[in-house]
Ligand binder design. Structure first.
Ligand code: RP5
Length: 263
């Protein structure tokens, strides 16, 4: 079972219906099936990009409507994936209040990567590359879906280049986190999981510019206000990367992002 960082219901993405109420800490066992009647929502864009419409078209990225016709195994970092009576994978964190796939193309796990790239600026502040997401305007780690047959480290490099114009190799990156992400698009039957890796640059004098799914890419100081405002579970993933870096380097990053040497 992967280590799970956090799980909370957050602001709904555009187009999502109002979710059914879900009791605190509800599980698939505890939820009352006679009263739990979530709306079924899958965006039109997911239906329009069904791979089975034209299997040779690389621009189609979504699974077929029928989960029993899916051509990939349901594998999750969170353990065995349970299916409901209709063959739909069940979110390992329990009911979300919405069934279907929402805006996610795959039934079950939708695998992503997240790049954590840091430096210390000339004022001794610990900084990180952060993008602004085009879809919600949220500040987030540069990241995105892993392409078919793509390796995690190749996806980390590609996404960072596309979203921040930074060309950085992840071959020697530090592993930070692998598992469920509390993404606002998650539903009962489709959810995000990520692989997050960290690179700390000794010479971080790199120009950034937003591209692809990002309207902006900037270096910003890792302070408590940033950590509390990042998209999905990204704040907690960054905290983990900072904690690993601190113990490796024998330094501390305080709540204002100032790096302090520990004797
Ligand atoms: C998050 O969504 C992941 O942590 C990753 O940052 C991102 C991937 O989705 P897209 O940016 O491709 O929409 O859950």
């Amino acid at each position: 079972m992967a280590e799970t960082i956090s799980y909370r219901h957050i602001k709904l993405p555009e187009g999502y219906p109002q979710p059914s109420p879900v009791p605190e800490n509800a599980t698939w066992v505890s939820i009352d099936k006679t009263t739990y009647r979530p709306p079924d929502y899958t965006s039109q864009s997911v239906f329009d990009h069904d791979r089975t419409i034209d299997p040779l078209n690389p621009r189609l990225w979504a699974d077929p409507v029928d989960p029993k016709k899916v051509d990939h195994p349901f594998i999750s970092y969170e353990g065995e994936v349970r299916l409901d009576a209709r063959g739909r994978p069940l979110n390992p964190m329990g009911p979300t209040g919405i069934e279907g796939r929402g805006r996610l193309g795959k039934w079950g796990v939708n695998n992503a990567v997240d790049s954590i790239v840091t430096r210390i600026d000339k004022n001794g502040k610990f900084q990180i590359i952060i993008i602004t997401r085009k879809d919600s305007g949220a500040k987030a780690l540069p990241g995105g879906m892993i392409d078919k047959n793509e390796k995690v480290k190749d996806a980390l490099k590609r996404e960072l280049l596309e979203e921040a114009s930074a060309n950085i190799d992840f071959e020697n990156s530090d592993f930070v986190y692998q598992g469920y992400v509390d993404d606002p698009r998650n539903t009962d039957n489709a959810w995000m999981e990520t692989d997050a890796h960290h690179i700390h640059l000794d010479d971080g004098d790199i120009e950034l510019s937003g591209g692809d799914d990002a309207t902006e890419a900037i270096w910003t100081t890792v302070d408590s206000s940033l950590l509390n405002s990042l998209y999905a579970s990204h704040g907690e993933v960054v905290k983990k990367a900072v904690a690993q870096w601190q113990s490796k380097e024998k330094k501390t990053v305080n709540s204002e992002g100032q790096v302090i040497s520990v004797e």
